[in-house]
Design a binder for this molecule. Structure first.
Ligand code: ATP
Ligand code: MG
Length: 440
């Protein structure tokens, strides 16, 4: 909030006879003593006037909405004209905007806590919408009539939950009733926008509360029906005293504090395959055979539907697919264990495994076993450089193809088991193996 560059932009706008104020999220965060990410500036200047004052102005595609970006040094600030929105015909964006006053500009914003201005020159808060009072009460409330505001822009339905989750605020009852009423219409919003809002919920300090609010609002059923379907999926009480799969998942989320996104998503989806694989066996015990593979496939579909990057999809799907492999770790041969430990996704999977245990039987012995092995085995032994490559094996008479690949794998196994230490030993081992192969 004390950014000298933002202040200078305001100063310059004022020296040209315009009004200029900090607006929205940064004012809210300043009053909450939270670090503010970016300072947005609202002004009486039109985009053309802003362009005539500052040498480096970008984001000109936003000009028709009254918004441009001013670049100073390596910083960029959004500078938006005070405006009133025209008609919302598509449920997301106004058809046009008109220049207006700060008060009108405040009233087109979404929630009272997001509708305040701050004058950096006089250190004054300018609040036309009761934002300060709602900050004190810790309430998310629409500016104006909730019904009208959600009708205009359906993304606000999700933004309400995002801000309530991130700030740990309640949602005003009237506002929440309207969110419930409009919940089905969240599907009219572009999936990327939905995803970006959800992500901010998952990586917050209370992703479990976000899940609860999404559920109670009715939007979970719309956006993530596969997670909603985990309600009432019973589990064997001896392993899961906490309750059904939905409760188990929610408790796991409650154990995460500002998690990396792939961890949060892996937790959310790790047991999604339990619904379609639910069976009661002949002894009366509940089984979910293969739920990790079915769940991994479902996770892939869901994440593709939400248009996540391939990198995120891979990380999350691998974690879901692998989460049952942890129970086998203490029985693994050393070569298999080393391969398990060498995987790039291990740390995310460890966090998934940790909260999976803590939210059910609370037995962390496998987690601790892995941590102990990581401490015991030097990093260069977990992933040692290869002793030989394919060309080395061709040089001693192996033919390119499947057998060569198999031989390389046998050599790596023996290396990881500690039986081979040098290239010479590996070559001798390969020659011996090829000789045996020929005599069979
Ligand atoms: P964050 O800290 O996550 O960036 P923010 O409050 O700055 O939170 P932005 O999405 O960056 O949120 O929007 C900036 C401001 O613009 C908001 O504080 C709000 O005043 C206004 N705003 C943003 N989106 C909407 C919307 N869909 N409807 C109405 N006003 C909005
Ligand atoms: Mg912002």
């Amino acid at each position: 909030m004390n950014d000298p560059v933002a202040r200078r932009i305001v100063e310059q706008l004022k020296s040209h006879g315009h009004t200029a104020l900090y607006a929205g999220g940064c004012v809210r965060d300043h009053l909450l003593n939270l670090p503010c990410k970016d300072i947005d500036i609202a002004t009486s200047a039109t985009p053309d006037e802003v362009q005539s004052i500052f040498p480096r102005v970008t984001g000109l595609e936003g000009k028709c909405y009254g918004v441009v970006r001013v670049m100073e040094g390596n910083q960029t600030f959004e500078v938006a004209m005070f405006r009133t929105d025209g008609l919302y015909l598509d449920g997301r964006r106004p058809e046009s905007v008109q220049k207006s006053t700060p008060e009108e500009d405040a009233k087109r914003r979404d929630f009272t806590v997001n509708g305040m201005f701050y004058d950096p020159m006089t250190d004054q808060i300018i609040d036309y919408v009761g934002g300060q009072e709602d900050l004190r009460k810790k309430v998310i409330r629409t500016i104006g009539k909730a019904e009208d505001r959600f009708k205009e822009d359906k993304l606000r339905l999700l933004r309400a939950i995002r801000f309530a989750t991130r700030l740990n605020f309640e949602i005003d009852p009237e506002t929440f009733r309207e969110i419930q009423k409009f919940s089905q219409e969240i599907n009219s919003v572009a999936v990327e926008r939905i995803r970006d809002e959800l992500d901010k919920i998952w990586i917050s300090s209370a992703p479990d509360r976000g899940l609860t609010l999404l559920d109670e609002s009715g939007m979970l059923r719309e956006i993530l029906p596969e997670i909603d379907a985990l309600h009432g999926v019973e589990q064997p009480p001896q392993f899961h005293p906490e309750g059904d799969v939905f409760i188990h998942t929610r408790i796991m989320l409650s154990l995460l504090k500002e998690p990396p996104l792939p961890v949060a998503l892996a937790v959310l989806f790790h047991d999604v395959g339990k619904k379609p694989t639910y069976k009661v066996d002949e002894t009366g015990r509940i089984r979910f055979n293969g739920h990790e593979s079915v769940g991994a496939r479902m996770t892939l579909q869901i994440l593709e539907r939400l248009r996540y990057s391939n990198e995120i999809i891979d990380e999350v799907v691998i974690a879901v697919q692998n989460h049952m492999a942890f129970k086998d770790v203490p029985k693994m041969r050393i070569s298999k264990l080393k391969r398990f430990l060498a995987r790039a996704t291990l740390e995310n999977e460890m966090e998934l495994h940790r909260v999976d245990c803590l939210s059910s039987h609370a037995d962390l012995s496998i987690y601790q076993f892995i941590r102990q092995k990581q401490a015991e085995i030097p990093a260069e032994e977990i992933k040692p450089p290869r002793l030989v490559n394919g060309n080395d094996l061709i040089a001693i008479g192996s033919k390119p193809g499947k057998i060569l690949g198999e031989l390389l794998r046998l050599i790596e196994d023996a290396q990881l088991e500690g039986q081979l230490k040098t290239k010479e030993e590996a070559i001798a081992f390969a020659q011996e193996t090829l000789k045996i192969g020929k005599t069979i």
